[in-house]
Design a protein around this ligand. Structure first.
Ligand SMILES: NC(=O)c1ccc[n+]([C@@H]2O[C@H](COP(=O)([O-])OP(=O)(O)OC[C@H]3O[C@@H](n4cnc5c(N)ncnc54)[C@H](OP(=O)(O)O)[C@@H]3O)[C@@H](O)[C@H]2O)c1
Length: 186
């Protein structure tokens, strides 16, 4: 059994939408700061976390923020050689989730692993034996979306709480949301 545990992190609105036209449907500064804090935070300062993402999610990160700083960026694509030509050398390019996990297993400097989207990558990660938790920001509003978070099997994933993750309703401008955590129980 792999020592790697996958933590999924996403923000989804009422209809489970996560994206539109290759970008985020909303602008939530504090929620973005939460994403950075969760995916960057380590207890052992000699280590870093890994973020695993699909090629389109990598492409939709603004130039000045990518690769995501302080984290090992791993990008999934079916055209590895092509993508390697146009991304910085430190970006790890692989052709699937298992390859990403193998890469992480082969290193000693990675503390935790975060799957940061999009749809297909979330879907594969949720059913993968290494899946542990889903950190889902549940936005209490509808936005027009063309990309969606896969449905969560509530027979398998149960709501849990964690120190440092607020349970009360958050509000940014006119957008309310909750930070929720679902743990996979096999
Ligand atoms: N709200 C959120 O939390 C959140 C998070 C992330 C993304 N998003 C949004 O979601 C949208 C992007 O997500 P998306 O679902 O369209 O795309 P995506 O999952 O980021 O990227 C899809 C691409 O990733 C590669 N890929 C995916 N699964 C693979 C696998 N198993 N093996 C090999 N390659 C694989 C393929 O790349 P190739 O085509 O190169 O082969 C595929 O075309 C954007 O709108 C973004 O803003 C939102």
């Amino acid at each position: 059994m792999s020592k790697v545990k996958l933590n999924l992190i996403a923000a989804a609105c009422d209809n489970m939408g996560i994206g539109v036209n290759g970008t985020l449907p909303w602008r939530l500064k504090n929620e973005m700061a939460y994403f950075s804090k969760m995916t960057s935070g380590v207890t052992d300062s000699s280590k870093k976390n890994a973020v695993i993402m699909g090629r389109q999610t990598y492409d939709c990160i603004p130039d000045k923020y990518r690769p995501l700083s302080g984290r090992v960026n791993i990008v999934l694509t079916r055209s590895v050689e092509e993508l390697k030509k146009r991304v910085p050398r430190e970006v790890v390019v692989v052709n699937g989730l298992d390859e990403a996990i193998q890469h992480i297993e082969g290193r000693q400097d990675i503390e935790s692993t975060w799957v940061i989207g999009g749809s297909e990558v979330y879907k594969r990660s949720m059913v993968h034996p290494a899946c542990d938790k889903i950190y889902l920001t549940e936005i209490q509003k509808s936005f027009e979306c063309d990309t969606f978070f896969p449905s969560i099997d509530h027979g398998q994933f149960v709501l849990v709480t964690e120190d440092g993750v607020p349970q009360d309703l958050q509000q940014e401008g006119d957008t309310p949301y909750y930070y929720r955590i679902y743990k996979k129980c096999n």
